[in-house]
Design a protein around this ligand. Structure first.
Ligand code: ZN
Length: 110
């Protein structure tokens, strides 16, 4: 039961990771998760609320992990992109850095 609680914590706090990835992190199998949820209404309710919010793309915590500089930063350091308002995988600082490098390459190419 405690392990499923850990999994729900991950599910809630890492909305960008897939459920399968998080199951692996929590070292749980889908079958075990299902078994526990089928037998625990409280956990099941929590799981459903989290899953629904994930499906709507809601973000629970205010921090995201930048895949480039490998630092967790507050969410306002990340651009929202596309119609689904998903957050960029890299922070604004790294995005600017990328853009600067790109501009340099373009300039040098002239
Ligand atoms: Zn970054």
């Amino acid at each position: 039961m405690f392990l499923v609680g850990d999994f729900l914590y991950l599910l809630k706090n890492y909305p960008r990771s897939s459920e399968n990835q998080l199951l692996k992190v929590a070292e749980l199998t889908k079958e075990y998760l299902k078994l526990v949820l089928d037998n625990d209404n409280i956990l099941r309710g929590e799981y459903e609320i989290i899953t629904q919010s994930r499906n709507r793309g809601e973000i629970f915590n205010d921090y995201l992990f930048c895949v480039k500089c490998k630092i967790r930063k507050s969410i306002n350091k990340f651009e929202q992109i596309g119609n689904h308002k998903t957050f960029s995988k890299i922070c604004s600082y790294c995005a600017e850095d990328n853009l600067a490098k790109f501009n340099k390459i373009v300039r040098n190419g002239d």
